[in-house]
Design a protein. Structure first.
Length: 537
């Protein structure tokens, strides 16, 4: 069995990663392209997608740390390969680097933001022996850039990590958002005016800077977020996974008692599916992949309690969304440039946050129209869990939802449909009266049942198209397929008749698994399932 490599779980320092012998997927070909072809850049990528490591790598390049990029053996005896940039004509000159990191999750007040900015500026003033003549961040930034250029003979490099973290967690608080924007405009406003003293600038975040109104004065930033040439700058491409990380897949397959192809298929289903440009290069979530290789298990890593809370808070500020409505939604590229305050559509922020990705695109004369959808099983399931807690009011007893999930697992093993529907009825009976009263319609019960199934990790589709229409819910289990039609205050036979009349189940006749047609009737009076029937195809 091959030796297990060291995986950089939680490692965001390039120096630590290299010196301590961790695996690194070489992104320096694209880094070299950036630093030799342009100056001010902006990159938007979802959280936990490698942005902080990229910023750390850029800092090492501009600090002249060629030793970290050459081949060497660590103190632990681990051989680190030479990276691409070490083979180029890069001069490895040492530039003064000003690095601002706003990725800390504990930034919750304007005072804390002010303290961080003051501390960062003060650290560099002290490091280079530059006197602080004022508290104003704008003046101090200008002074730093000019004095550092004069002192070192080199222009300044400015690196800003997760610039929008504070603002995103303050959405809904207009005063706090406005104050934060003023802070950022003040400290980074000089970058364009002080271009003579600027060697390179790189800013990362989740949302596009034009949406935040933070860099209105810095309108010369080259936004490479959706440029095909830089699509693989963060994350793991499928080519990188199947070449540089093939030994890791092979080892994981051995540990799980399956072959390489089956292990690769599991990783692809759970972590692949991100696309960031019209080139549609398959990108994998690096955080999830690294954790999967480290633990030798395919499960949910990207979604955690912090992610869920932030997502729920974000959804609370936006129009209602349904999981079933998000697959296949189309959006013109211009929609991604709207400021947050004018959002009447949650799709752009869901895309930039990593909950949705590009599934298809079509280019017109002056625009591109993107079709969005969930990137993979991990995100689809995690999003449904978050949305389920949001739409059912978080004060509900979690024991009821847990019981339903266990009932689904039993159903998956036994195909005992009556027992599962009884569990669904028990769950709906526990839904708070006020919530149920406010959502008296077929669509909402349909959406809630679908969201539940997605949250459990089921292979389920809503509004699956057929020759004569769309079935409400299609649930594919290991040994059976269920085609479901829901009716509200109507006889259950009407649901079965519709399945038969429009041939919803016919498309699965050759699947190999038995197909069951299921009609379910909901009652506005009972606020629950009052009748159901099933018959084989």
């Amino acid at each position: 069995m091959a030796a297990k490599r060291k995986y950089p779980v939680g490692i965001q320092s390039f120096e630590s990663l290299r010196k301590d012998g961790y695996l690194y997927i070489d992104k320096t070909p694209l880094i070299y392209k950036m630093i030799t072809e342009g100056k001010p850049y902006f990159l938007s990528r979802p959280r936990r997608f490698g942005k902080s490591l990229l910023v750390s790598t850029l800092a090492a390049v501009f600090e002249g740390r060629r030793d970290l990029f050459e081949a060497f053996t660590t103190e632990q005896g681990i051989e680190q390969p030479q990276l691409f940039i070490a083979t180029t004509d890069w001069k490895w000159e040492k530039y003064p680097v000003l690095r601002f990191d706003f990725s800390a999750g504990d930034l919750s007040t304007i005072e804390q933001l002010d303290t961080l900015i003051d501390f960062t500026l003060g650290t560099y003033e002290k490091q280079y022996g530059i006197s602080q003549e004022t508290k104003d961040a704008n003046v101090r930034m200008v002074n730093l850039m000019r004095k550092l250029h004069e002192q070192t003979g080199k222009r300044v490099v400015v690196l800003v990590d997760e610039y929008d973290n504070f603002i995103l967690h303050s959405l809904g608080n207009a005063e706090k958002v406005t104050q934060a924007r003023q802070r950022f405009q003040n400290v980074f406003g000089p970058l364009k005016a002080e271009d003579d003293h600027l060697q390179f600038a790189f800013i990362t975040g989740i949302s596009k800077f034009s949406q935040m109104g933070v860099f209105s004065k810095l309108n010369n930033l080259n936004n490479i977020s959706m440029q095909p040439a830089f699509e693989t700058l963060c994350g793991i491409s499928e080519e990188e996974l199947t070449t540089q990380m093939r030994p890791d897949i092979e080892l994981m397959a051995q540990r799980n008692g399956i072959d390489y192809d089956m292990m690769f298929a599991r990783l692809k289903k759970h972590y692949d599916g991100y696309h960031f440009s019209t080139s549609m290069v398959d990108m994998y979530n690096p955080f999830s992949l690294v954790n999967a290789f480290y633990s030798s298990g395919v499960t949910d890593y990207w979604f955690d309690r912090g992610t869920s809370g932030a997502l729920i808070d974000m959804l609370a500020q936006m129009p209602p969304v349904e999981v079933a409505d998000l697959e296949g939604m189309r959006l013109p590229s211009t929609a991604f440039d709207l400021p947050f305050e004018s959002f009447d559509n949650p799709l752009p922020i869901l895309y930039q946050s990593g909950y949705l990705t590009i599934k298809d695109c079509k280019t017109y004369d002056f625009d591109v129209v993107y079709t969005l959808g969930f990137p993979n099983a991990e995100v689809r399931k995690g999003f449904a869990e978050c949305l389920f807690r949001h739409v059912t009011a978080r004060q509900m007893d979690t024991r009821q939802s847990s019981s339903l999930q266990l009932a689904y697992y039993d159903f998956r093993e036994s195909d005992d449909l009556p027992a599962f529907i009884e569990a669904i009825k028990t769950f709906f009976a526990s839904v708070p009266y006020q919530w149920a009263q406010d959502n008296q319609n077929e669509h909402h019960y349909h959406a809630l049942l679908y969201t539940l199934l997605v949250a459990f990790g089921a292979d389920v589709r809503a509004e699956e198209p057929t020759a004569k229409g769309r079935s409400d819910i299609t649930l594919k289990m290991p040994r059976c397929i269920y085609v479901m039609e829901l009716k509200y205050d109507k006889p259950v036979q009407e649901a079965l008749d519709q399945i038969n009349r429009k041939g919803y189940a016919e498309k699965y006749r050759l699947d190999g698994r038995p197909v069951t047609k299921v009609g379910i009737a909901f009652s506005s009076e009972e606020r629950n399932i009052t009748d159901w029937q099933a018959e084989p195809l």
